[in-house]
Design a protein around this ligand. Sequence first.
Ligand code: F55
Length: 830
Amino acid sequence: TSEAACAPSLADTGRDIAPAADSVANLREAILRRLTYSVGKNQASASEYDWYLAVVYATRDRIVEGWMASTNAAYVHGPKRVYYLSLEFLIGRLLGDALNNLGLTETMRAATRELGVDLERLRTLEPDAALGNGGLGRLAACFMESMATLSIAAHGYGIRYDHGLFRQVLKDGWQQEYPEDWLALGNPWEFKRPEVCYRIGFGGAVEALTSPDGATRYAWKPAEYVEAIAYDTPVVGWRGAHVNTLRLWSARACDPLQLDVFNAGDYVGAVADKMRAEAISKVLYPSDETPAGQELRLRQEYFFASASLQDALRRHLKQYQEVRSLAEHVAIQLNDTHPAISVAELMRLLVDVHGIAWEEAWKITQGTISYTNHTLLPEALESWPVPLLERMLPRQMQIIYLINALHLDSVRKSGHTDARLIAAVSMIDEHAGRRVRMGHLAFIGSHKVNGVSALHSKLLKQTVFRDLGTLYPDRIVNKTNGITFRRWLFEANPGLTRLLADTAGEGIYDDPMALRKIAPYASDAAFVGEFAAVKRQNKVALAKIILDRCHVKVDPDVLFDVQIKRVHEYKRQLLNILETVALYDAIRAQPYLDWVPRVKIFAGKAAASYHHAKLIIKLANDVANVINNDPTVRGMLKVAYLPNYNVSLAESIIPASDLSEQISTAGMEASGTGNMKLALNGALTIGTLDGANVEIKQHVGDENIFIFGMTAEQVAQRRGRGIDMRETIARSPALREVLDAIGSGVFSPDDPGRYAGLVDILTHHDHFLVCEDFDAYYACQREVAAKWLDRAAWWKASILNTAGMGWFSSDRTIAEYADEIWKTQAQKKE
Ligand code: F55
């Protein structure tokens, strides 16, 4: 029997149909072969993990031929190539993704069953690849899957961190960080490519050479080199049609040790250089939003930018034998400013290494690069001190100066002489020591700059890039984020997927807009019953996880109210906690009223150095302890903080959620993508008019979402009047009671002063306007409760959420990038 017999047939893709007997047999034999020859075990001695490896290898074997075909097709047909440069790829587990996209889930389930092992169990042995912090990194992972699905010839480039995002443990409610070790048992998905190796320079000096024709050329002589080694992971698209590559760089010292130092007896000193070099790919920086500003971070940024650009240029030269046509054949997308040094590095490679004249090189660079902005927060905008850049990357700093000088010349030539404007559009910030503004560098080096939701892109033009946007009015565009439905619906929620396909037809597997077809069933009693039954099943499964991990027993029939995301003041977990306490007070005041029972579910990590966010986590846990143990509440309110939020946990929580908390201060959440995952799975949103919530409202309908609070404009106005909240608090008895209770230690009897400072900030410097939005939020939550009591109305709204979310597929987002930014199209044939 040939391996081809195992190839996915369209009919069984993603469906729970009876698998063909011979494919099951083939797969079973393939697993056994891999167990024997790759893992080196027999059936009798194989551990669960050995079986897991054999299953991954057998799955991978069904990807590799398509991978080589896709790679080859890109050389033969020459479509424009896309390079997605991101310091983060928050991937999660890959086995379910690969099987599902190959249409092999059921066949594999049957094959493993015949071998006496449980596929579901094996899946959980895979560690999450957590090479990202949050939304930005997860977006990169969704985009990789969508680019493969749309057969775009794309490579992802990033860093193969030895250690991804830290593991969060809650000890007495306090967050503790532990190193994460996803590679401890090896990584069966990756292919090491030791032959794909680039030298990355650091430090040293620039030599000016005058050639015989009188022109000056510059040569950078780095003081130090580090090698970048490629590790490739195949990314298989939906139905296995196309396979792209995620290429992650690992840092390796050029010399394993200094033998002379070693021979002199200094065994530690002999490997010091090696340690310094290899530190570059040791660990992901765990900060979301606030850049760490440390030298090692800049080394990471340059290391991966340079390796990726050298690799892209090598591939282009191999295919076209010259570099001048780069912009016609290549699009490079910068995921935030983290890879923005690419602008200077590409110029260096073109001018110094390939001998292209400056002006032509600049056209190529701008024509090739584009940049996505993910934040407006001023403290989140990256800038690097000029002296650091001069020391670490002297030639790139020269190039930045020259780009800036030419940029400012052209600004002046077009008639702008106003000193304020010149200072505002300069790549050098002269305010607090001289620093290079990486957002400006990325903007000026790009042909397109995009925001990630309609509101965010609008605000981008009004704030961060107000002046640059006026000078280059066509440059800023919007590309509202999306999510891959394969992971966030088909894999995470197979029960709902089956119901949707049975009702709306198989078309939903390939056309997310076909979800609209379930709208007519939103009040159909039979459909509602099945929809509700799926949700209940998912809630039973989550209740078990909550019991195991939080030791809190929750009834699957209560309202599951969920806020899952990185912990940050602007995301306002505090607002949710304050409302929880107010509800607790109200229940205690009238315990025999008919309260809508609910559980508040939280999950999320705080940056390790973000003390205030860690205190918010502790508060949520303190509040949970008091409420969960108060008999007067009689289970009408519970609070659970699930530790160590990651992609896999999200896949369990999201399908079980009834209410999605998207309550950031308006104007501060660039887009949000968890909001999309939850709404797609039938959760109703309670949220502000922020980020993509605005567009979710348009797509699901005003009646099917709970919007409250200030708009972005009102936030700006309110802040203009100052952020002292004493009057606001005085006007709200409920808020006053809550703040008094928290501030006086009702939830922290072991340390009554624990939250005095936190309450003081809310009272006197409430930058995120928690107090100002409190009453509106509390009232909106009561509307949620009222709707919950009208079961038919609730399910109708829930179903209309799922029906209306098709537009938020990342396939739509990627198609827009391809059309309007990359100017590329899907590959024809392979
Ligand atoms: C990571 C490192 C640094 Cl130095 C700065 C920011 C981050 C980071 O993780 N940012 C992030 O996740 N931003 C989010 O991007 C999402 C995708 O566009 C948005 O949906 C979300 O609103 C935004 O906060």
